[in-house]
Design a protein around this ligand. Sequence first.
Ligand code: S3P
Length: 443
Amino acid sequence: MTTLTATPMGKIPLKGEIAAPGDKSISHRSLMFGALAVGPTRITGLLEGEDVRATARAVAALGAGVERTGEGAWTVHGVGVGGLAEPECALDLGNSGTGARLLMGMVAGCPITATFTGDASLSRRPMSRVIEPLSRMGAVFHGREGGRLPITLTGPADVMPIDYRSPVASAQVKSAVLLAGLNAAGRTTVREPAASRDHTENMLRSFGAAVETRTEDGMIVVTVDGQPELAPQDIAVPGDPSSAAFAAVAALILPGSEVTIRNVGLNPLRAGLFEVLTAMGGEIDVLDRREEGGEPVGDLRVRGGALKGAGAPPANAAAMIDEYPILCIAAALAEGRTEMRGIEELRVKESDRIALMVNGLRAAGVEVEEHEDGMTVSGSGGRPPAGGCEIDASHDHRIAMSFLVLGLACAQPIAVTGAETIATSYPAFTDHFARLGADIQSR
Ligand code: S3P
C-alpha cells in the first residue's frame, strides 16, 4: 500500500505547464466502440490508467485484437456489432464502474455468457441500475444480493429493443442500454431526467450509427437504430477535464500561482466545475479554444487568488458529477459557505464521497455540514486549515487526489494511505505536481 504525503507550500506558488492526461470516459469508449467496428480503429492520447487497461484486457478477451503501438497509441481490430466472442475467463474490471457497466451492455447484446468481477469498491456498487433495463432486453443475470459483483450475464439469442425511462441521469446506464440496443433489430430509446455526458452518442455517430437526441416532457431522449455496421475511426482522445480539475484547484487556492493546463476537454456536459470556480471568483482563462476528436478543447490558464463561496446549482450536477470532491477543497479555502446539494449519486461512486469528504475535511480542520444529498463547506477565507491528518483513500482516486491538493494549502502535511488508487485515472499525478513545484511524495 502506498502512502503519499503532501507538504504545505507555505507562501510558495505553483508555476508551470502540464498537459491533461487522456479523458477516461472517451478512452474506455474508444476501445469498446473500436471493438464493435469492422476493421482497425487507431487511437492516440489514450489514458493508460488502470481502469482503461482493464477495459483493454476485457475487449481483447471478448475477441477484439488490441495492440499497443506506442505511448498512448493503441489499435483495436474490431469484430463488428454482434460479433463478440465468449470470454474464457472472468472479466476483471478492477475499480471501474464505467468499464463494468458499459461492457455489460455490450455483452447483453450478444448470445454469450461472461462473468464480471472487480475490486472491493466496484463489488459494493449497485449494478441493479443496468441489470434492470438489460433484463428487459432479454439478458439473464446471476449476481450477489442487491445486484453486486461478481455477476454472470448471458445475452439472449435476439436482444430486444426497448424504450427505457431511467430513474437517474447516468451516462453509464444510458450507454449500457444503447450498446445492447446496437445489436437489436429495431430502435432502442433511453429517457433520462437530466442530460448526462454525451460521449457515447457523439462517438457512436462518428462510427456511423444513427443516434438521435431530443427533449420530450422535460426528459432527455436518446435513440439508436439497431444493427448498423460501424466503420473504424482514427480517434485523438482529448485531455480529461476531471483530471485537469486537480491542478486547476491547486493553482486557485495557492495565491500567486500561475499554471497552464494544456488540451483540456471542454464538452459542456463535463465542464461544470470550471463555471462554478469562475463564479467563485477563480481566474480561469481558456486559451486557444479548438476542436479535437469531435470535442471542444482548450488550454486553461489558472491564476491563484481569493475565492468566495458560491452555490453549486443541482441542475448542473451531472456536468460536474466527478468534481465535487475537488470542489470541496476550493470551498474549504474560499470566503463563506459553498452549498452542494442534489448530489446523492455521490454516495454510490467509487466510495461514499459525501461521507468521506465530510470526515476528511473535519479531520483537516475544515468546517462542513453533511446532508443526505450533499454537503455545505464553510471556507477559511484563505487561511491555511490545520491539516496534519491521515486520510484513507478507500479505493477512491478522486478522494486521494483531493486531499493531497488540500495538504498543499494546509498548515501541516496531509498523508493519504492507499494512494495507489490514483493510478486508475491519473498515473502521472505526482509527476505533474512535481513539475509545478509541489512536494507530494511517498515517505
Ligand atoms: C462516466 C459516467 C459518470 C461518472 C463516471 C464516468 C462515464 O457516471 O461518474 O466517472 O464514462 O460514463 P454516471 O453518469 O453513471 O453517474
